[in-house]
Write a protein that binds this ligand. Structure first.
Ligand code: FES
Ligand code: MG
Length: 587
């Protein structure tokens, strides 16, 4: 199938019309062919690679500033082996990398920028299919968004989680341990020495966070959507099987190009239903809600918060991983990983949804191993909870919606009425949190404004505000918290997030004042501010929009065009796809 002589017409199958294929770049006998080949020869490629074989772009989010993705150069070598093996021509290239722990003011500010980098790199270069190498939180959705807008055959290979963290003989989880230990230090339950020891034992191998945080969740979402080979999501980054599956992915993408199996074939509404249900079963991150909405927007799939709430309802919560539960990703992999979960919930899935294997998710999962450890992955008849997924709340405080992760919340707070204590910025909160005079008790509802997509900007993970010190010292470990921010996928608590519209665009969240009563009813799916419409209108008349964060550059483009959380926080002009064709030559 491959190995056409230079210059011979490739005879592209239907659907490829207009796509600039490999032959156009490296097979021509004219000046352009000379230019394209000659400069590539500088890298020492021999004649055969110009024979018309599919070019596989390995789109790499590697960076030493993204420690979670630091091993992706090595993983790319395994992908290349597979591509060569299957008769393709692999070419690795870098795209912007987003390190969750490094980037300020938040990596989320740049997810859409990464997606633009991926999109334009894939379209502008001579590429027939792509492997997306991703890992840390935003790198997976950002890469998928870009690739979906180009719609070349695409296969995701995530970098895998770190080995379980270790501290004094116990397993500790990425992020989750940080939040917990910081609270313990604040409450005087943990020494600074122990805090430092935990720091060095938590991240002890390559890989992304090994809790069911956003990175692990999005790896599972890529697999549940059908974009990653079955069984890929959970393999630890340093397990040799991660490298073996990357090699298989390299082989498979060459076949996908020959089959012309594209994201538009895979990213159907059914695929999103499967992802949302899988997310409820694994107790995944609230961030998945925003990322799935954004990916659906690129794929042209109609998807709303209401769909997601409806699909997640009644799905049994099966995976006992931190931050909601006890175990970590290594345990999850050894217990059977995502295929074991999907097999359990198969009757709830759209089994016919097609995947990168060319087979349906039902066919893929039929071959899955049974769960090896039913403590880590529960049987469907013995769940950790039912309907514990991310719930969507509406009400006069969040007309366009807000979310709460039920599995990470306290049962007793799921229905709660409390007095608001309002902060207009996270800095204001941080200044107040240690104040022994702070007028707060365990029933207070902490409200944070101006931490949304436009307001911060970038919607940082600050929604899980630390418990005020004086309450932490009394043993209070959870309170209702409400904001237009996100929270880390590794965080927990009764935290209402993604309030839309956000405060900075004049959403009702901006009008809440200290002392107002707020009613949260998660089973009833409502979030109500107990203030009359007339009073709210009066307050609205007094409200002044904050000054936008930036007047030039990316921040300007972002704040001018970012959509609200219920629409996935994509830029309005990036929704949809433009395909892979480029009409004009560069010389
Ligand atoms: Fe990169 Fe958690 S910080 S995955
Ligand atoms: Mg995160």
């Amino acid at each position: 199938k491959t190995g056409r002589p230079i210059g011979e017409e490739p005879g592209r199958p239907e659907g490829h019309i207009g796509r600039r294929s490999f032959d156009h770049w490296f097979g021509e006998k004219d000046r352009n062919g000379f230019i394209h080949r000659s400069w590539m020869r500088a890298q020492g490629f021999s004649d055969e690679v110009f024979d018309g074989r599919p070019v596989i772009g390995i789109c790499n989010t590697w960076s030493e500033l993204t420690p979670c993705n630091a091993h992706l150069r090595r993983l790319a070598e395994s992908v290349k082996r597979g591509v060569w093996q299957a008769g393709g021509f692999p070419l690795e290239f870098p795209v912007m990398s987003l390190g969750e722990t490094m980037l300020r003011p938040t990596a989320m500010l740049f997810r859409n920028l990464l997606s633009m980098d991926v999109e334009e790199s894939l379209r502008g270069n001579p590429i027939d299919g792509t492997i997306l190498l991703t890992g840390c939180d935003k790198t997976t959705p950002g890469s998928i968004m870009g690739a979906a807008s180009v719609d070349l055959p695409t296969l995701v290979v995530t970098g895998g989680p770190m080995l379980n963290g270790k501290f004094r003989g116990c397993d500790i989880g990425s992020g989750t341990a940080v939040w917990r230990f910081t609270q313990d230090v604040n409450a005087g339950r943990m020494s600074q020495e122990d805090y430092a020891a935990a720091e060095s034992g938590m991240s002890r191998s390559n890989g992304h966070c090994m809790t069911m945080g956003t990175a692990s969740t999005m790896a599972c979402m890529a697999e549940a959507l059908g974009l990653q080979l079955p069984g890929s999501a959970a393999i630890p980054a340093v397990d040799s099987r991660r490298y073996a599956i990357a090699q298989q992915a390299g082989q498979r993408i060459v076949q996908m190009v020959e089959e012309d199996l594209k994201p538009s074939d895979i990213l159907t509404r059914d695929a999103f239903a499967n992802a949302v249900r899988a997310n409820a079963a694994i107790g995944g991150s609230t961030n998945a809600v925003i990322h799935l909405l954004a990916i659906a927007g690129r794929a042209g799939v109609d998807l709303t918060l209401d769909d997601m709430d409806e699909w997640a309802r009644g799905v049994p919560w099966l995976v006992d991983l931190q931050p909601s539960g006890r175990y970590l990703m290594e345990d999850f992999y050894y217990a059977g990983g995502l295929p074991a979960v999907l097999r359990e919930i198969l009757p709830l899935l759209k089994a016919d949804a097609i995947t990168v294997t060319g087979k349906s998710i039902g066919e893929n999962v039929a071959k899955a191993e049974r769960t090896v450890d039913t403590d880590v992955i529960r049987a469907v008849g013995d769940p950790l909870g039912s309907g514990a997924g991310t719930a969507v709340l509406k009400g006069n405080l969040a007309p366009d919606g807000a979310v709460v992760k039920q599995s990470a919340a306290s049962e007793r707070l799921l229905q709660h009425r409390g007095r608001a204590l309002v902060f207009s910025s996270i800095e204001e909160y941080d200044l107040a949190v240690d104040d022994p005079e702070l007028d707060v008790d365990a029933d207070t509802v902490l409200v944070l404004q101006n931490a949304g997509p436009r307001g911060y900007p970038g919607m940082p993970e600050v929604g899980n505000m630390t418990i005020p010190r004086k309450l932490a010292e009394q043993g209070v470990d959870d309170m209702v918290r409400i904001s237009d921010a996100r929270m880390s996928g590794t965080a927990y608590g009764t935290v209402v997030l993604h309030v839309a519209p956000e405060a900075a665009v004049g959403g009702p969240l901006a009008l809440v004042r200290t002392g107002d009563w707020i009613e949260l009813d998660v089973p009833g799916r409502t979030l109500h501010l107990d203030v009359s419409d007339e009073e709210l209108e009066k307050r609205r008349a007094d409200w002044q929009a904050p000054t936008p964060a930036g007047d030039r550059g990316w921040v300007r483009l972002y704040t001018d065009h970012v959509m609200q959380a219920n629409e996935g926080c994509d830029l309005d002009f990036l929704v949809g796809r433009s395909g892979s064709a480029v009409g004009r030559q560069s010389h």
